[in-house]
Unconditional design. Structure first.
Length: 137
């Protein structure tokens, strides 16, 4: 599936029914990246943005997993995508979660916050920017 097909089929924001398929697509894109296989341009980003737009805490670690799949994908997927429900909500969720991935994601967010990355951040503003990127506005 291409990013365009995903946008057409699932929209932004996607419905509840679309979330399992979007999660599958994101996991497949991350695995392709880890294995050095080709992946669809912008599909991993779109999947993350679609999940970001729904702001469900359980998707934070899915997005983090994709971000950690490679240096390239890590640079491509911005830390903002972990914060669909806001920075404080993401940090609270990660602090309450167990495991190395949650600890690493929390440390990443705190580090980015200290650098001023989140100055002026709002989920709505980021979503507007991503909607423009995908030519929806």
């Amino acid at each position: 599936m291409t990013a365009g097909e995903s946008l057409q089929q699932f929209g932004l924001p996607p419905s509840d029914e679309a979330l399992p398929r979007i999660r599958e697509l994101l996991a497949a894109e991350a695995e392709a990246e880890r294995c050095g296989r080709p992946r669809e341009e912008d599909l991993a980003l779109l999947c993350c943005v679609q999940l970001f737009s729904r702001a469900l805490p359980e998707d934070i670690l899915r997005i983090w997993d994709a971000k950690c799949a490679s240096v390239d994908l890590g640079d491509y997927l911005d830390a903002d995508l972990l914060c669909g429900g806001g920075l404080d909500a993401a940090k609270k969720f990660l602090a309450a979660s167990s495991g190395a991935a949650a600890a690493a994601a929390l440390a990443h967010l705190v580090g980015r916050e200290k650098l001023g990355h989140f100055d002026g951040f709002s989920p709505d503003g980021s979503l507007r920017n991503y909607r423009r990127y995908f030519k929806l506005e």
